[in-house]
Design a protein around this ligand. Structure first.
Ligand SMILES: Cc1cc2nc3c(=O)[nH]c(=O)nc-3n(C[C@H](O)[C@H](O)[C@H](O)COP(=O)(O)O)c2cc1C
Length: 219
């Protein structure tokens, strides 16, 4: 029998905080998930500015290799040290798709997936999802989540919010999405940026129904 892994779609857009999406990818992979990843073209511009990673213009296979190498080198390592992850083994569980590839499997409601996260989610992509424009593979896959009544979590990052942003968030919350803005807390006594990234990532995993101990819970 073929071993079946649970699968999550991850959209990474051009809002500030590429690291949120990367940390989630790292955690999901460390827990044995299959992850379908779509970077928007603008996310690649922002990651260049925020992480000094020049991934623009790479085809999806080269982008996948570059992102995985970055994860293995720069992030906090696999969440569970007992799960010794090997880059070649992980590669088999990650699919990268170009944002323009609307023929990708994840563009269809017949694709078997637990849910989707857009992290970070720009207010531009938020608007496209709220309007149902399916303008690229991220907004199309998100639209599919809503029509199939599957989990859709949007880690929106902008400040302050205009009433247009707030209305779009309400529309999407009413349609079944979880609006999980990248708003850090302080009750868990963060000591580092990594603690704050892990707080948002942990809350995202909670919304997906995936157990994690990425942040200290209030007792
Ligand atoms: C350095 C940088 C930071 C940005 N930060 C944000 C942000 O936090 N939130 C946001 O909605 N847009 C932000 N933007 C603007 C988006 O990248 C822009 O609206 C883009 O069209 C979003 O496209 P996408 O949703 O297809 O990725 C930022 C742009 C740059 C260059």
């Amino acid at each position: 029998m073929v071993e079946k892994h649970k699968s999550i779609i991850l959209g990474i857009t051009g809002a500030s905080g590429t690291v949120y999406g990367l940390r989630l990818l790292e955690y999901l992979l460390s827990q044995g998930y299959v992850v379908d990843v779509v970077f928007s073209n603008n996310a690649l511009k922002v990651s260049k500015l925020e992480l000094d990673q020049d991934w623009e213009g790479l085809n999806v296979q080269l982008l996948k290799q570059a992102v995985l190498e970055h994860l293995f080198k720069n992030l906090s390592g696999v969440a569970d040290p007992e799960t010794s992850l090997d880059i070649d083994a992980v590669k088999k569980r990650v699919n990268f798709w170009h944002e323009s590839n609307i023929a990708a499997s994840i563009a269809s409601g017949s694709y078997q997936v637990e849910g989707m996260v857009v992290s970070p989610c720009s207010v531009g992509t938020l608007a496209h999802i709220a309007l149902g424009t399916s303008h690229n593979l991220i907004s199309r896959a998100a639209d599919v989540m809503l029509k199939e009544r599957k989990k859709l979590i949007l880690v929106v990052r902008e400040t302050p919010f205009s009433s247009i942003h707030l209305k779009n968030m309400l529309t999407l919350s009413d349609a079944g999405a979880v609006i999980l803005p990248a708003i850090p807390a302080f009750y868990h006594r963060p000591h580092s940026i990594q603690d704050q990234v892990d707080f948002i990532t942990g809350k995202t995993l909670d919304s997906l129904g995936i157990d994690s101990d990425l942040f200290k819970r209030w007792k």
